[in-house]
Design a protein around this ligand. Sequence first.
Ligand SMILES: *Cc1c(COP(=O)(O)O)cnc(C)c1O
Length: 709
Amino acid sequence: MPDASVRAKLHRLAGNLRWFWHAPTRQLLDELAAEVPAQLATNGAMRHRRPPAQVINDLDDATIDRLTADPAFTPRLDALIAGLAEDLEDGAWYAERCAAGQADADARPVAYLSAEFALADALATYSGGLGVLAGDHLRSASELGLPLVAVGLAYRDGYFRQTIDEHGQQHAHAARNDWADLPVTPVLDDLGERISVEVADGDGSLRVVAWQAQVGRIPLILLDTDIQDNAEHHRTITHQLYGGDDDMRVRQEIVLGIGGVRMLAAMGIDPATYHLNEGHAAFAGLERLRLHREAGLELDAALDAVRAELRFTTHTPVPAGHDTFHYDLVRHHLGALPEALQLSFEGLWDLATGPGEPAWNQTVLALKLSATTNGVARLHGAVSRGMFAYLWPERPADEVPIDHITNGVHPSSWVGPEVAALLDTHVDGWRRRWDAARFEAVRDLPADALWEAHTAARHRLIAAVQARLDAQAARAHGIADGAGLDPDALTIGFARRFATYKRGTLIARDVDRLASILASEDRPVQLLIAGKAHPRDQDGQALIRELVHLSRDGRLAGRLVVVEGYDLALGGLLTAGSDVWLNTPLRPMEASGTSGMKAAMNGVLNVSVLDGWWDEAVTDLAPLADVGIGWVIGDAHQRDDREAQDAFDADHLYRVLADQVVPTFHDRDEHGLPQRWIAMMRDSIRLCSPAFSSHRMVADYAARYGLIR
Ligand SMILES: *Cc1c(COP(=O)(O)O)cnc(C)c1O
C-alpha cells in the first residue's frame, strides 16, 4: 500500500490552479497523466484535458508505489509543495505598495464578475479571448497580491469541443464539467452546510449554490443552479456556457449579476468595487442599486453610490457582441424589480437604453451605472466613444466618458518553457515585474541561445501538430496528415475564432500567389491554422471548409494545414513555436486581440493589420526598436468598400511576406543564424513584454479600483 500522504500531496498541487503557470508542477501532473491507461480517460479526452484530480484518483496503488520507489520523487514532490506555499505567501507588488503607504493592507476586496474564465483545458468554463483575458487577470492579481475575488458560473457543459471531418465540416461535442472531479470545493457555511442564496426570474424563485476554485491566491466563486431544490427550468440555467436563446441568456445573467452579489454577501465578503468584465454581469449594478435604495438613499444618491463602486470593461465594437433583450422578455424576468427599486418599469428601462433605443442593452446599463468605463486598447477606446456617443448627445465625442486600459497577457502562462528558461538566466524578475528598464537585458540574449530556444519551441509545436493531425486523419480519412510539415520551415501561425470580420481566409484570396510563397523548394514556408466557428455561425463554418479544401490543393504542397480543437494548450504551442503570428481582422473590429501579445513575448514576430493592440504597439514601441518588432499589413486608412479593403490588404500581405518576411527569415550567416530576424525577436520580447503584460494591465486596474493611491 502506498503512503496515503503522497496522493494527498498530489491533490494539494492539483487543487490550486496555479499549476497552469508553474511549469515544474505542470510537468509533474503531465507525467502522471501519461501513467493513466488510455481506456480510463473520460470520453477519450486528450490527456491535457483530463482533470488532474481525476488523474490522481485513477492512478493505481502499484503505479504510486513505483513512482515513490524512485528516491528523487518524494523530494521533488515536497519541493513543489513548499514552493506553492511560498509562492502564496511571497511578498508581492501589492504588499510593497502597502509598505510604501500607497495602499491599505486591509482594503476591502474587488469583486471581478465574468461569464467566462479560462483557467485550464480541464475546466470548460471559457469560449475564447474574453475567458483567456479573465484567466490572465486572475493569474496576475494572484502574483501581484491584490485583494480580489472572482465570480462566474459553474457550467455543466462548457463551450463545445471541435472536430473537423474530411469534408471540412466542423462538429461540436459537449465539453462536460464534472464538478465533483474538478479542482473545486463546495462553498459551505460554518456548520458545513452549502451556502445558498435566492434569486428570482419571471418564472419564480430559485436557489443558487457555489463552488470555489483557487487560482493562486485568488478565490473564484462559480455559481450553480443545478440542484434538486430547483425546478427543472431553473436547474438548466447553468447547464451551458452561452447556451440557449435570449430567455436563457437573461436568466444566466440574473444569476451571475444578482446571484453573484448576494453570494458574496452570504459568504461574508463585502467588496468595495465590482468590476464587470463585459456587459454580461450588468445586473450586479441593479442589485447594488436595490441595496442602496433599501438602505434609504434617494434615487440619485443611490445611483451615485452604485457608480462609485462599479467599474466596467467593454470588449468589442461588433454589435452582436452586446447583449440586447426584447422589452417583453425583460418585463417578464425583471418585472418585480422596479418595486424593490422604488421605480417605475419605464424608469428602469431608461437605465438600459439610450433615447429611442428599441431594446434593453446590457452595455448601456453597465455604462450608465459605472463611474468609469474602459475599452481594451487605445483605438478601441476611441471606437467605443463613437459607438456610445448617442448616450451623451450634449457632449462632443471625445468627452464621452469611456477611456481604455489595454489588455495584457500573463508572462509565466504564455512564454514557452524554452524561451522562459533563457529569460530566467538573463532577465532578473521578468516573471513578476513589468518595468521597461528591466527588459533592456533582453538586448544581451545571445543570438545562438535565443535561436536554439525558439527552434526547440518550433520543433515541439510541429511534433504536437503532427500528432494531432495524425489522429485527425485516422478518423477523417482523406484529411491531410502532418507528413508535409517541416520542423525547420518558416512557420506562420493563425489561430482565432472564425468570425467573418477576422477574415480567416484573406490569405487565401489568391491561391496562386499564396502558393508562390508557401511551395518554394529552397525557402519553405508553412501555414498552421486553427480555430472554432460558433455552431450557429454558418458563414464561419464555411470558412473552415474552404481552408480544409485548400489544405488538399496540390499547388500548396501540403504546406497549409487546419488543426482541429483550438484550446489553451494549442494556443500556447502556436504562440510560442510559430515564427510569425498572422492577424488579418477588418480594422477597427478587433478590440484588442491577445494572442499576438503572447507571440510577441516569445519573440514570434507579428504580421498584422493595424488594429487593436498592434496599432498601439506600432505607434508606441516600433520607434524604440533597433530593427523592428514585426510587420504591418495595409495601413490605418479604412475604406468604405469591403471588397476594396480586402483586395488592398491581401495584396499588401502577399508583398510583405514575399519581399520582407521570407527573405529575412532565410537570410543566414555562416553559422546558419538569421541575425536580422533574431534582432527583431529581441526587439519584440524587450519592448512588448513589459507593455503588454497582464501585470501592467492589472496594476492599471488597481489604480482604477482605487486600491492604489
Ligand atoms: C489567447 C487566446 C485567445 C485570444 O486570442 P485573440 O488574439 O483575441 O484571438 C483565444 N483562444 C485561445 C485558446 C487563446 O489562447
